[in-house]
Ligand binder design. Structure first.
Ligand code: PLP
Length: 374
């Protein structure tokens, strides 16, 4: 069976260097917030072209810390999408705020005109009259495809809201020649093992070019300590550990090459797949294909057929966040979430990871095309 994702292949591809780096960290006697984390923060921020990176325990915490650094808290509203990992919305709730769901466009990222509509409608709503404010917008670069950041930033700023990028799936993606993570006031990354830049456990980072926001995120990731003397604001405990940072430092220099492999596989799929709707990317974008997502009106049948032919696939995500019981009371922008609700019944993620062999790529295409010919 060709797996849909394969973090073990990613480890084996750099086993010697990772083993050596982890061993060195083990022998150093320093395991939390030591030199490996410091170096990684420096190297990662330089790679992205931002001034500051703050390592965290995972990507969900990175989002929560970004929100809290921006001052988002109880009684606030944060606009985001429902077509995303549930972690995006969970982080909003962890920060004490409430999500307001905005629809996506056909390329699966937040539709700027729907955001404008949603924020204008909310400003006239009874909740707004009671004092609730949309303090931030979280744009998600779903599947590794950058959202329309310049347009979203303009809308967010017009409404006095911070723009936070959820870059969990988009390490190394670019828009207009700059890396995803450079455009918002803050951005959050996840280093979950299957992500484009993956650790061998949990990890994440908040990045920003604003020194004050970075300092606040840094305090909040460790109980709120300020100058080791006093707690200024109630923080959490969410630290990147030395073993994960050591692993990430081995992998970061390979990120562009790994993303190029993903793009090459996507190119192969794009020319060989038939009978399904292919992913599309906005002009001027460097899509890094965290997922390669096709659409079919007979998705469930196709998924079963692929399984019978030795091809693993996955659905990211079968149920939009707003339809989960835990989010049943969440705010939905007027006009609804028609695109979100339609695409979740058609999407299917095919195998994609840098180590996917030529033979496996062929097998995937043959199996998909066979389904179309039946
Ligand atoms: C993976 C992911 C997260 C959360 O990251 P964790 O490290 O698992 O907490 C958040 N948002 C998106 C879009 C993700 O894919």
């Amino acid at each position: 069976m060709i797996p849909q994702a394969n973090p073990q292949a990613g480890y084996l591809a750099r086993k010697e260097a990772i083993d050596a780096a982890v061993l060195k960290a083990l022998e150093s006697g320093c395991y939390i917030l030591g030199p490996e984390v410091e170096h990684f923060e420096e190297e990662f921020s330089r790679y992205l072209g931002v001034a500051h990176a703050v390592g965290t325990g995972n990507g969900t915490d990175a989002l929560q810390l970004a929100l809290r650094a921006a001052g988002v808290g109880r009684g606030d509203v944060v606009a985001t999408v429902s077509h995303t990992a549930v972690a995006t919305a969970a982080a909003i709730c962890q920060a004490g705020a409430e999500p307001l769901f905005i629809d996506v466009d056909e390329r699966y990222t937040m539709d700027p005109s729907r955001l404008e509509q949603g924020l204008s409608d909310f400003a006239r709503s009874p909740a707004a009259a009671r004092g609730a404010r949309v303090r931030a917008v979280i744009a998600v670069h779903l599947y590794g495809h950058p959202a329309d950041l310049p347009a979203l930033l303009q809308v967010a700023e017009r409404h006095g809201a911070y723009l936070i990028e959820d870059c969990a799936q988009a390490a190394g993606a670019e828009l207009a020649g700059a890396k995803a993570g450079c455009f918002g006031h803050l951005a959050a990354f996840s280093f979950y093992p299957t992500k484009n830049l993956g650790a061998l456990g949990d990890g994440g980072a908040v990045v920003t070019s604003d020194a004050e926001l970075a300092a606040r995120a840094r305090q909040l990731r460790q109980y709120g300590w300020h100058n080791r003397l006093s707690i200024l604001a109630g923080g959490i405990n969410s630290r990147l550990d030395e073993l994960q940072a050591a692993t990430l430092r081995v992998r970061l220099p390979w990120l562009d090459a790994d993303n190029a492999s993903r793009r090459e596989i996507a190119g192969y799929y794009g020319t060989h797949l038939k009978g399904v709707t292919l992913p599309d990317s906005r002009e001027g974008c460097r899509h890094v294909y965290h997922q390669y997502v096709i659409r079919s009106s007979r998705r469930d049948e196709l998924k079963r057929h692929l399984e019978e032919n030795g091809v693993g696939s996955a659905i990211h995500y079968p149920v939009p966040v707003h339809l989960h019981p835990a989010f049943g009371a969440a705010l939905v922008a007027e006009g609804g979430l028609a695109v979100t609700e339609r695409v979740c019944g058609e999407i299917l993620s095919l195998p994609i990871y840098p180590e996917l062999s030529g033979q496996s790529r062929e097998m995937v295409c043959r199996a998909v095309n066979l389904f179309g010919e039946r």
